[in-house]
Ligand binder design. Structure first.
Ligand code: NAD
Length: 354
């Protein structure tokens, strides 16, 4: 601790490492004590930005000034670095996904227990505005009983970068984007049990790891959730599509374009059929205008710096971590069920422990 500020040591100064330095500049209770990257050019870049740079990981872990090590390296490096850091007496924040399997996560959890150190994970998309809007709609039952949620992210550029394309580094889209989308759903539904999981993976641009997936989760109480990541989608489907008994909500894009349509309670005695090429249909006919009402999406906004503010509060004041290990484990087991379902083409009975 330096003048009551929590001192961060950042390992990995790539895209996300640089982003963390920006986020942390909005958290006055935290300070970056130094940075380490395995590549010399990255260490040089960090020096040029004015950061103190360690020449080795050991040097950072041996520095008594560092309170918390923030790991922003490729996915396969999180576990060994986290375990070394905790044994060196440091608290740890790992980037997502925390590691590659539930067995690996158990080892990390054991190290946290043995050392008494904080281990948490940067599940920053819990603070995304689009997610917070949907969470509010569901919690306030704005649409009545929600029976289906579809959460999608679609792009057309394939898997980005280098290590994300390789299995050995924990590449693929389930571990990259899936971990965010699944964490959001499990966080929103808290203690509601998942009963079954069915999933398929895509390998359009990459044969080694999945370049996209679709997973269908059924929750007790009857809600079905579809989670999908696509990287070869030249037309994107909406980011969120939520169906309740009393209405529907859509968020189309990252700019939060979308709306809610709800029924007013007025009924139509005589439905005018719509004419399609091959005949008439009442089922698919548009509704009479006074039977529905269009509303704006609620305004909710998150602040991603709250993640680091929480870490500071945990270390300084013993607060509860926002991202808890049992939640991280549940998402990890869900990702394993997704891989198992895709491999066997079977519906998996999910042994949910909530
Ligand atoms: P990147 O390739 O841009 O950067 C990784 C950096 O780690 C590189 O500079 C590399 O030299 C360094 N590195 C590799 N092995 C190392 C080691 N053993 N010790 C020290 N440095 C090492 O990757 P990225 O996009 O920044 O992703 C890094 C992590 O951040 C991944 O786990 C990724 O999933 C996560 N991430 C999270 C979000 C989010 O929204 N939470 C977004 C992007 C990436």
């Amino acid at each position: 601790m330096r003048e009551n500020k929590v001192v961060y040591g950042l390992i990995g100064y790539g895209g996300m490492g640089r982003w963390h330095t920006e986020i942390l500049s909005n958290v006055p209770e935290a300070v970056i004590g130094g940075i380490y990257d395995i590549k010399e050019e990255k260490r040089e870049e960090a020096k040029e930005k004015g950061f103190f740079v360690y020449e080795t990981e050991e040097a950072m872990l041996a520095d008594p000034d560092i309170d918390v090590v923030l790991i922003a390296t490729p996915n396969d490096c999180h576990k060994p670095i986290a375990i070394r850091a905790m044994h060196a007496g440091k608290n740890v924040i790992s980037e997502k996904p925390v590691t590659l399997s539930s067995t690996d996560l158990l080892e990390m959890e054991n190290a946290a227990k043995e050392t008494g150190k904080l281990l948490t994970v940067h599940q920053n998309r819990r603070w995304d505005d689009d997610f917070l809007i949907i969470k509010k709609l569901v919690e306030e039952q704005k649409l009545g009983h929600v029976f289906r949620i579809e959460s999608r992210v679609h792009g057309s550029r394939g898997i980005p970068g280098d290590w994300r394309k390789e299995k050995v580094h924990g590449g693929g889209m389930v571990l990259d984007w899936g971990v965010h989308l699944l964490d959001q759903i499990l966080y929103m539904y808290g203690d509601r049990k998942i009963e079954t999981v069915y999933a398929s993976l895509t390998n359009v641009t990459n044969q080694e790891v999945d370049d996209g997936f679709t997973a269908i989760l059924t929750f007790e109480g009857g809600t079905e959730v579809l989670v999908e990541v696509g990287t070869n989608n030249y037309i994107s489907l909406p980011r969120w599509y939520v169906l309740g008994e009393d209405g529907t909500a859509v968020i189309r894009d990252w700019q939060l374009n979308g709306e809610i349509i709800r029924k007013t309670g007025r009924t139509e005695e005589t439905v005018v059929p719509v004419k399609t090429a091959a005949g008439l249909t009442k089922t698919m006919a548009p509704r009479r205008e006074d039977t529905i009402v269009k509303e704006d999406l609620p305004k909710v906004s998150g602040d991603i710096a709250d993640f680091h503010r929480n870490v500071v509060a945990v270390i300084r004041d013993g607060a509860e971590p926002e991202i808890k290990l049992f939640q991280v484990m549940r998402v990890m087991k869900l990702m394993e069920a997704i891989f198992r379902s895709a491999e066997t083409n079977q519906v998996i009975e999910f042994q949910d422990q909530v």
